[in-house]
Design a protein around this ligand. Structure first.
Ligand code: PEP
Length: 252
């Protein structure tokens, strides 16, 4: 059975002082939690703080973006090796906000994914459709294209030490959650698509759901057979809410 993962995505929120309380609360709240993996993906400047606060605990930390090159003259960018220097385990790539506001193509996202793995990080690859694409019946095509860009560039084996997060764009930060049946249907599609290349990789792959996951809907989502946890935005900024979602992951 796959172990559940609950990962927070803090986005561009927080302050040094506020984060300290949040990280302390998550650390102590997770002390007794044995059956779930937990991580927080924080803005770059807060990585040293996350490292200092979470080292030695069961809670991992990571970043929300990475540059696709290992090193070079790319002023303002951050490499995967730099993230490793600050103890990151994870990095989110291809979040829909990066695709929409920063023009990141699926090919570029695949390059970032592979750069993360070269440095020993676990990439969390976000995929998902817009509302218009869903209404046009294009959900599977869109998700397939986003996955195929990675498989074309890195081979299906790239998905062995990785996480995929299905995040329907219309559900992110909107309070509209996909029903557990809608989410399960896309998760099944993702697993089957990968299984058409390699059954074992597909069976072992951790596929998160993201999009307005809260403490009250997490249990039902996490009970679905192909939902292996969640990528949590807004609710990861409130310790009690995030911990309640983690506990839901531990129970299912
Ligand atoms: C996200 O940031 O990836 C996300 C899913 O946000 P929210 O939980 O707020 O919808």
């Amino acid at each position: 059975m796959r172990r559940k993962l609950v990962a927070g995505n803090w986005k561009m929120y927080g302050t040094l002082a506020g984060n300290a309380d949040l990280l302390d609360a998550v650390r102590s709240g997770m002390e007794q939690a044995r059956n779930v993996d937990c991580a927080v993906c924080v803005p770059f400047p807060y990585l040293p703080q996350a490292q200092q606060k979470l080292s030695g605990s069961g809670v991992k930390w990571g970043a929300q973006n990475v540059h696709q090159m290992d090193k070079g003259a790319y002023t303002g960018e951050v490499s995967a090796a730099m993230l490793r220097d600050f103890g990151c385990s994870y990095v989110i790539v291809g979040h829909s906000e990066r695709r929409a506001y920063f023009g990141e193509s699926s090919h570029l996202v695949a390059e970032k994914f592979l750069a993360a793995q070269r440095a020993g990080l676990i990439p969390i690859l976000c995929v998902g459709e817009t509302l218009e694409q869903r209404e046009n019946g294009a959900t599977e095509n869109v998700v397939a294209g986003q996955l195929d860009a990675l498989i074309d560039l890195g081979g299906v084996q790239a998905l062995r030490d990785a996480v995929v997060a299905y995040e329907p764009v219309w559900a992110i930060g909107t309070g509209k959650t996909a029903t557990s049946a809608q989410a399960q249907a896309v998760h099944t599609f993702i697993r089957q698509r990968i299984a058409s290349h390699d059954g074992q990789t597909a069976a072992e792959l951790c596929i998160l759901y993201g999009g307005s996951v809260k403490a009250n809907n997490a249990p039902e989502l996490f009970a679905m057979p192909d939902i292996d946890g969640g990528l949590i935005g807004g609710a990861s900024l409130v310790a009690d809410d995030f911990l309640a979602i983690c506990r839901a992951g531990a129970r299912t």
